[in-house]
Design a protein around this ligand. Structure first.
Ligand code: G
Ligand code: G
Ligand code: MN
Ligand code: NA
Length: 253
């Protein structure tokens, strides 16, 4: 309860901040996107990471307004970077399942697109496998509607949940994100087989593929050989506050 009260106050006081981690082209090294990752900057405790407050936000009902704030902030940021000539790339936002269950989600997206003027294809939403499977019938039509607006949909942490190949076929998905745990094992025979099989599945289904958690140059060398187009990871950059992310963009150019 105390945490919940504190979170509501933090939202009112503007203590939440979005950090951004670049998505990088494996072949060109260019920034192709940015994943928004929320942080709570508590005046006393400093930076609090989302695994410490998202679960209670989901239980308390605060996740809906907090998720709205994340979407609005990320969309505004995309447009601001575009206007300032820093880049016109896609921003990705992680969605919580409670945001999808909320009846007004589609309406909110429509309003956000209209009021902000963002090109819908510059917005990407990331969801985990378990999120796709919960309430799958309701989600299916909502996700189709989201994709029909031109927004893209990424399947996050792919391979760690219980998704079956049937889900990949049935659900509107643009991108598979290969979970870090797979990328950690790239240098073992069976590890490489898993990664390459996921990439093959993505190619077969015409999906984009992003490798997550790339920390070492050897992993990037490996990715070049596999045909994976995009990666994310500390090797290129940690998630950064917007101002630092902008410095990173300027250095890249
Ligand atoms: O950035 P970090 O590794 O601390 O993120 C931890 C977890 O929190 C990840 O699973 C990430 O997807 C999730 N997360 C980060 N930002 C958001 C957000 O804005 N909304 C939701 N629902 N989850 C987020
Ligand atoms: O669940 P999701 O994929 O949205 O979570 C992304 C989380 O992974 C972020 O919290 C981010 O801080 C973390 N992350 C991103 N790149 C790396 C990396 O190279 N190594 C590690 N250990 N974590 C990473
Ligand atoms: Mn993610
Ligand atoms: Na992930």
């Amino acid at each position: 309860i105390e945490l919940e009260n504190n979170m509501q106050r933090a939202l009112d006081n503007g203590e939440f901040e979005l950090y951004y981690q670049p998505k990088i082209s494996v072949t060109t090294g260019q920034v192709t996107g940015a994943e928004a990752l929320i942080r709570w900057i508590d005046p006393n405790k400093g930076v609090i990471t989302p695994d410490r407050f998202i679960p209670s936000a989901e239980k308390s009902g605060l996740m809906v307004p907090l998720g709205d704030w994340v979407l609005e902030t990320a969309v505004r940021q995309q447009i601001d970077w575009k206007k300032r000539g820093l880049g016109d790339f896609q921003v990705s936002v992680n969605l919580s399942p409670v945001q999808l269950i909320n009846n007004h989600f589609e309406e909110k997206l429509n309003r956000l697109i209209q009021e902000s003027g963002i090109t819908p294809s510059k917005l990407d939403v990331e969801m985990t496998e378990s999120q796709f499977m919960e309430n799958s019938e309701q989600n299916l039509s909502l996700l189709h509607a989201i994709q029909q607006k031109g927004i893209s949909i990424s399947l996050d942490d792919f391979g760690t949940g219980y998704s079956s190949l049937a889900y990949l076929k049935k659900f509107p998905i643009n991108t598979l994100k290969i979970d870090k745990t797979f990328m950690d094992d790239y240098d073992t025979e069976s590890g490489a087989i898993f990664i390459e099989t996921i990439i093959k599945i993505a190619q077969t289904l015409n999906l984009n593929v992003v490798a997550e958690g790339i920390e070492h140059p050897e992993q990037l060398d490996y990715l070049v050989k596999t045909g994976c187009e995009t990666y994310q990871g500390f090797f290129c950059s940690r998630p950064l506050p917007a101002a630092e992310f902008e410095k990173f963009l300027t250095m890249e150019k």
